[in-house]
Design a protein around this ligand. Structure first.
Ligand code: HEC
Length: 157
């Protein structure tokens, strides 16, 4: 049997179409929906619209807080060591050297860590020049910050 040019063309068309359908159906790595939500846009692409502050705060909200607003996955022992090294000098052993609300009922580091982790996280990362708190985003790694934040939630409120 002779295969005509038309038949060849038909085979090729079917093959190309099949490859196209296959690639759209099986594209991706089977990532779970949760995974794709956390996927970051390519840096400096048009989808990359978050400021550094936005990205850090979103990371806290989407990846670190459990339903009780506790930090997930912190290594508390390492957090304690890092806290004593970096924060104790000003905030004291138990985070109670500085009272942030002297005019009202006292707020200490443990109070903020437990009741208002976003404020804690923001201040640790970006500081507050007006109040004399330093920014640590370029000094302490993200993993270490997670440990410090987790440990701070064990300080007396
Ligand atoms: C050089 C001193 C110094 C060091 C070191 C320091 N802080 Fe602070 N921190 C301050 C001062 C001063 C304030 C503002 C106090 C005020 O407003 O009364 C502050 C405020 C804060 C607040 C704000 C809390 C609130 O409720 O508003 C957080 C959170 C905080 N620091 C976390 C940390 C952590 C975590 C570390 C260690 C990684 C650290 N600080 C290290 C001086 C320091």
């Amino acid at each position: 049997m002779r295969i005509t040019r038309k038949a060849w063309l038909g085979f090729i068309l079917v093959f190309v179409y099949g490859a196209f359908v296959g690639s759209t159906v099986f594209a991706g790595d089977g990532a779970s929906p949760a995974k794709s939500i956390n996927a970051k846009p390519v840096e400096a692409s048009r989808g990359d619209t978050l400021t550094r502050e936005d990205a850090r705060m979103a990371y806290l909200v989407y990846n670190l807080l459990d339903e009780n607003k506790k930090i997930k996955g912190a290594n508390l022992k390492r957090g304690a060591e890092l806290f004593y090294m970096n924060c104790r000098a000003c905030h004291g052993d138990d985070g109670r050297r500085v009272n942030f609300t002297p005019m009202k009922s006292p707020t200490y580091l443990g109070t903020t860590a437990l009741n208002d982790m976003p404020t804690f996280w923001y201040l640790m990362n970006f500081g507050d020049g007006g109040r004399g708190m330093l920014a640590y985003i370029d000094e302490i790694s993200l993993e270490e910050m997670i440990d410090i934040a987790g440990f701070a939630q064990t300080l007396p409120p």
